[in-house]
Write a protein that binds this ligand. Structure first.
Ligand code: C2E
Ligand code: CA
Ligand code: CA
Length: 840
């Protein structure tokens, strides 16, 4: 038995050629019986040969000798004159058991003497059976007939004749006939004895062999079979099935070793399976494995998510757990093997719906497609997003829609107006007169309370189709829809509504024991109008409002007259900006950059944000808010942005060459959507980096949600290209747009800049739910960290805000509390004073 060969060929990856096997139980006894039979047959054949030899020997020796002796004795008896003794010779011969008969016949055929007296003097052919016609003359004839077991010996014999004196002799024949049956019988008996002896010996041998075969072959094989079956059932804790030695024992040892090896590999498998299960149970995602819908496996989070135990889930159809509105799409994707991330609503055991984001992957297991579904409950995130949106769009103090929300309404209305000709609306801006005086004399708290009660009073008297919003400070907006008729009619109707509101404002207001007499000025713009841009419309309404206030007549001013004026002012600004951008470098620069520090939580300088300023020859230093919008709409933002990029990068290079603190500094640069969309933007950034030899990660581009929302695929591609050059990205003004975090998380954004309006909320009073709206900041920070983004808070002005943000694990801080944006020289001086002024 070659124990090693099957395993070694198997491990070579070759199939061992099959070896023939037979059923020992059948073939062992059969073979033994056959051997026994063959032995007996051989034996009988040999015995038969021997018997024939015996006969031949009898014929050639015994019978021949007897014939010759008898002839001599007969001749002796015949020589005696009276021939006495002849009968005695033959009688004696008759005593031999094998002699059938014997006779002496003379030449005339007469029997002279015979073993049977009755034949004497009879004619031989009458009495002697088969008496031959031709008789031998000189030879002894032996005629053995084996079939009748007859032997006849014939010999010529001279019979003396005494006729008177003359002695002559005549020819006689001596015949002895043997019946060999008795000899055959004894031989047969001998054979029979032999066969009996050998037959019994063979049967005994067969039995012994069978016993041995059963005891030492079949029984061990049975035991091995039983052990193999036990192993087959997965029970690997076996004892050696055999004792002793031999090939089967080697097989038994091999079996025990195999079981041992299997046991340890099974234990290893169980260990790794347990680890895998722990790992998957530890996952915050619910994991399902399913094949064609049938759930194969789930982790603990999946059980917790749906409220079922693992045994209830396994075997169930996963599609039955999906709500009908998602089910067809999910089934389709599963059937076509699509992989990806999407949203699904599951039914919880209690019937409630769980909205989850699932990541579906497909693998082949044993040739079958198995889908791995990782689901994450996004209800908290959706709720937080809804809350963020709510707070981002409603004013925390008065609960009125804020500027953002108002602009949404206007956008929606513009859409309607476009679709329904003849539909008209009006947008009014209202600003309280001398409100600053109330804040200054009675305190901010009274000012806030006055705004709150005024808002309440105005909202309660507001008719249908009119919306009041608080744009900022003491400026409100009234949005009137569903106006109809000619422009004049609609304007008159709007004017009346606004005057009614002004009338309500003019009614005395009781606030904390003070009676306030308020008044306001209003400007209004009609929709449709030349302008299709909601912020532009609001600006126009405000322009008209400022004119009304300047006139001081408390009348409602319509924008129409101001239109031309403002347009020409914008034109002027645009031309000036164009000139500013085309001034050759050696000439005095009108554009310049200020840099605002960004601090980390340890109070160290993390980076700076480059903010553009315009040193206008006649109007003085203009903040970006006054010209960026115009630059955007005229396209001048592209050369402007390019200049900022170049200038900011050069500044960083200068500082890094001169100051140790600038080595790890990050330079944040604002990029407008239009600039980002320029085809050569990526190349421009790359050449700037290469020319200046700036380190990786030293530039951080600030994008707004509008860039991102515009064309996700193209934006993503550009961002990925830029990332290869070590450029990082920040999302500016987060919270003011609509993009959900789940949408943004597909983009490689490093930093989330929480908009200043959220930071202001930190100091705001608790709202009616008793919650500080600032808790939202915590939600944003937590979510951003989950998405691997760091969070920067903008517009940090007070220590309270800084402390709150620090507790909420905000990473980076920027705002007047640390420093206003500074020109280059002032910044370097400020950096040297940090330890004393800021860190504590
Ligand atoms: P932004 O990107 O959100 O920049 C922050 C603005 O908030 C800056 O105004 C900054 O001076 C101001 N700020 C910083 N800390 C505080 C604070 O504690 N309190 C208050 N009240 N304000 C603070 P700035 O410089 O007037 O810039 C206004 C906007 O103009 C920027 O908003 C940005 O959107 C745009 N802008 C500025 N420079 C560039 C530029 O180079 N390219 C482009 N495309 N846009 C620019
Ligand atoms: Ca910015
Ligand atoms: Ca910002």
């Amino acid at each position: 038995m070659t124990q090693g060969s099957p395993t070694s060929t198997a491990s070579n990856g070759q199939q061992p050629s099959p070896v023939r096997s037979i059923r020992l139980q059948l073939w062992l006894p059969l073979t033994l019986a056959l051997v026994g039979l063959l032995t007996i047959l051989t034996l009988s054949y040999l015995e038969h040969q021997h018997y024939q030899q015996e006969l031949r020997r009898f014929t050639e020796h015994t019978a021949h000798r007897q014939l010759l002796e008898t002839r001599r004795a007969v001749e002796t008896a015949l020589r005696r004159s009276d021939g006495s003794g002849l009968d005695a010779v033959l009688s004696e011969l008759g005593l031999h058991p094998t002699v059938h008969f014997a006779a002496l016949v003379d030449d005339a055929g007469k029997v002279l003497a015979a073993t049977r007296f009755a034949w004497k003097h009879q004619h031989a052919s009458d009495v002697i059976p088969d008496y031959p016609q031709a008789l031998p003359t000189e030879h002894v004839t032996l005629d053995l007939q084996l079939d009748t077991l007859h032997l006849r010996t014939l010999s010529p014999i001279a019979i003396p004749l005494q006729t008177g004196q003359i002695r002559s002799h005549r020819q006689g024949t001596l015949l002895i006939d043997y019946d060999l049956t008795s000899l055959a019988a004894s031989a047969a008996q001998h054979t029979y004895k032999q066969i009996l002896l050998f037959g019994s010996l063979s049967i005994l041998a067969v039995l012994v062999l069978l016993l041995l075969g059963w005891r030492f072959m079949l029984r061990p094989i049975r035991a091995l079979q039983a052990t193999i079956a036990t192993i087959g059932q997965g029970q690997l804790d076996i004892t050696a099935p055999l004792k002793g030695e031999g090939e089967l024992m080697e097989l038994s040892d091999a079996l025990v070793q195999t079981a041992g090896a299997l046991r340890s590999s099974q234990a290893a498998l169980a260990r790794s399976e347990a680890q895998l299960r722990q790992l998957s149970d530890a996952s915050q995602e619910a994991i399902f494995f399913h094949h064609a819908g049938t759930i194969l496996q789930v982790n603990r989070t999946a059980q917790e998510l749906l409220g079922y135990s693992a045994s209830e889930l396994v075997g169930r159809n996963i599609f039955d757990l999906v709500t009908p509105d998602y089910r067809p799409a999910i089934e389709r994707r599963a059937a076509s093997g699509v992989q990806g991330i999407w949203e699904v609503a599951f039914y919880h055991r209690d019937g409630s719906q769980i909205i989850a984001e699932v990541n579906a992957r497909q693998h082949l297991v044993d040739g079958q497609p198995v889908r791995v579904i990782a689901a994450r409950d996004i209800r908290p995130r959706l709720a937080a997003e809804a809350k963020i949106r709510q707070l981002a769009h409603f004013d925390a103090l008065t609960g009125l829609p804020n500027r953002r929300q108002l602009l949404d309404y206007v956008t929606a209305e513009l859409q309607q107006v476009q679709e329904q000709p003849g539909r008209r609306a009006a947008l009014a801006a209202l600003n309280l007169d001398n409100f600053k005086a109330i804040n200054d004399s009675l305190g901010m708290a009274v000012g806030d309370a006055a705004l709150q009660s005024l808002a309440k009073r105005l909202s309660s008297t507001l008719p249908q189709h009119q919306t009041l919003a608080r744009i900022h400070g003491d400026t409100f907006a009234l949005f009137i829809t569903q106006l109809s008729g000619s422009l004049e009619a609609a304007s008159a109707q709007a004017g009346r509504s606004i005057e009614a509101v002004l009338g309500t404002i003019a009614q005395p207001l009781q606030v904390r024991g003070h009676t306030l007499h308020l008044s306001a000025g209003a400007g209004v713009v009609m929709i449709p109008n030349d302008s299709k841009d909601p912020p532009e419309l609001l600006r126009e309404a405000e322009t008209a409002m400022h004119q009304s206030k300047a006139a001081g007549d408390n009348r409602v001013r319509f924008f129409a007259h101001a239109l031309q004026e403002a347009a020409s002012a914008r034109l002027q600004l645009r031309n000036d900006l164009k000139t500013a951008l085309h001034i050759a470098p050696p000439a005095p620069q009108e554009l310049l950059l200020h840099y605002q520090p960004q601090m980390n939580a340890q109070g160290q300088l993390h980076g700076v944000e480059a903010l553009v300023r315009w040193q206008h020859p006649s109007r003085g230093l203009i903040p970006p808010g006054a010209f960026i919008a115009e630059a955007e709409s005229s396209g001048l933002i592209v050369p402007l942005g390019n200049w900022v990029l170049q200038e900011a990068a050069q500044a960083l290079r200068r500082w890094q060459d001169a100051h140790a603190w600038a080595q790890p500094l990050s330079m944040a640069i604002n990029v407008s959507p239009r600039q980002f969309r320029e085809p050569d933007f990526v190349d421009r950034v790359r050449t700037t980096l290469e020319q200046l030899g700036l380190n990786d990660l030293s530039l951080e581009l600030e994008l707004t949600e509008s860039v991102v929302a515009d064309n996700l695929a193209a934006t993503l591609e550009k961002m990925q290209q830029l990332r290869q050059y070590g450029v990082r990205f920040a999302l500016d003004d987060f919270g003011t747009g609509y993009s959900s975090l789940s949408y943004l998380k597909r983009l490689p954004i490093d930093t989330l800049k929480i908009d200043r309006s959220f930071v202001i909320d930190i100091d705001a009073p608790a709202n009616e739910e008793g919650k500080r709206p600032a808790v939202l900041i915590e939600a944003i920070i937590t979510m951003a960290h989950q998405l691997n983004m760091q969070v920067l808070a903008e517009g940090v002005e007070t220590p309270a805000q800084r402390d709150y943000l620090r507790r909420a694990h905000c990473d980076i801080f920027q705002g007047y509390f640390f420093s206003k944006p500074l020109p280059e020289g002032a910044l370097c001086a400020w950096v040297n004073s940090i330890p004393a002024s800021v860190t504590q």
